[in-house]
Design a protein around this ligand. Structure first.
Ligand SMILES: [Zn+2]
Length: 340
């Protein structure tokens, strides 16, 4: 590994790796960022995992480090408590952490619509953002994959569309009959809204998205420019203030390098407030359900520690996924924010 200071004012750390088996050279650039909630540069290390934390001979580590011996550091802002990855991968480098799983040749529209997992989300939409409660009824789904959620919303009286970064997923979705799936990120929003003949977003959904963002301030600013009083953002993300994180700490299932920000109700509320939003509702799974699964998750933690220490007698040939036995409880929160 070579580590080069490429810029004095804003240090970028470039690490270059050469694969053992092939001639492939992999270069990653990381950057130091200030707290996105309060702007402070004053943070303390919460967890550090060195580059040998997972034995690459034994573990498949794609979302952890892309299979390269990269260390990972999670910090906590001393001023506001925001937890985030720092240094973190730059926009150009983070793609290496995402596995290129092959997509199916063809999508089955009716099967995807029948077996969707948005039941809870749709209930929340009905409760907090039903068309009758909104001035109009336009909806955007950020990171929509095949566009199942916009399609479900279209069937419920919205004019919904989605943004997806993976071009192949977009093509598959369009071929299968999912309307309104557009290739791009929030930077392409304006153009996509023109195509959809939409000038305002009454509902924006971000399911399992905010923990992956690189520039959450920029993204919420873009969204806020297209929302008005009463419009909603509904998000689902893991909660760093959850019981699961308190119990499992650095072994918590959700910690890996794809996750750049670890939100709590407080930090997400602080950031959204800067763009004119109030948190209207935060849903969490009740404690008794967490306590019910606690014993089995403690068991996983024990196994995980055995795997890490190499004392796993039953290890067979082939690699196991690094997070196979990493524990969590029902540590998600679902958040409804409303524009003031
Ligand atoms: Zn802060």
């Amino acid at each position: 590994m070579t580590q080069i200071q490429t810029n004095q004012t804003k240090p970028l750390l470039q690490e270059v790796y050469k694969s053992k088996n092939t001639e492939q050279v992999f270069s990653v650039v990381r950057e130091n960022i200030a707290c996105v909630c309060c702007g402070s540069n004053n943070h303390k290390q919460l967890y550090h995992y060195d580059e040998e934390y997972f034995d690459h001979e034994k573990f498949e580590t794609y979302s952890w480090d892309g299979g390269f011996p990269l260390d990972l550091t999670i910090v906590k802002c001393n001023d506001c408590g925001m937890v985030y990855q720092n240094e973190r991968f730059t926009e150009e480098s983070i793609g290496a952490l995402y596995p290129h799983h092959p997509l199916p040749e063809k999508l089955d529209y009716s099967r995807l619509m029948r077996h969707h997992k948005f039941g809870f989300f749709l209930n929340m939409v009905r409760e907090y953002a039903s068309p009758s409660r909104l001035p109009k009824r336009t909806a955007l789904d950020v990171g929509t994959r095949y566009g199942v959620l916009p399609e479900l919303l279209n069937h419920r009286g919205y004019k919904a569309f989605g943004l997806e970064m993976n071009l192949k997923a977009v093509k598959l979705a369009n071929e299968a009959g999912f309307s309104g799936v557009h290739h791009g990120t929030l930077l392409d929003l304006e153009e996509v809204m023109k195509k959809e003949h939409v000038d305002r977003l009454n509902l924006v959904s971000m399911i399992d998205v905010v923990e992956h963002l690189l520039w959450p301030q920029r993204d919420f600013e873009i969204i806020s420019q297209h929302q008005q009083k009463g419009d909603k953002i509904i998000m689902s993300t893991m909660d760093i203030d959850s019981l699961g994180h308190k119990v499992f700490g650095k072994h918590w299932y959700f910690i890996h390098a794809q996750h750049t920000f670890y939100w709590s109700e407080k930090t997400l509320g602080t950031l959204l407030d800067q763009f004119g939003y109030d948190l209207k509702y935060v849903h969490r799974i009740p404690k008794y359900k967490n306590l019910r699964i606690l014993p089995q998750e403690m068991m996983k933690l024990r196994k995980h520690k055995q795997h890490l220490s190499g004392k796993d007698k039953h290890f067979e040939n082939g690699k196991r996924w690094f997070a196979e036995q990493r524990p969590s409880l029902f540590d998600y929160m679902n958040v409804v924010a409303e524009k003031r």
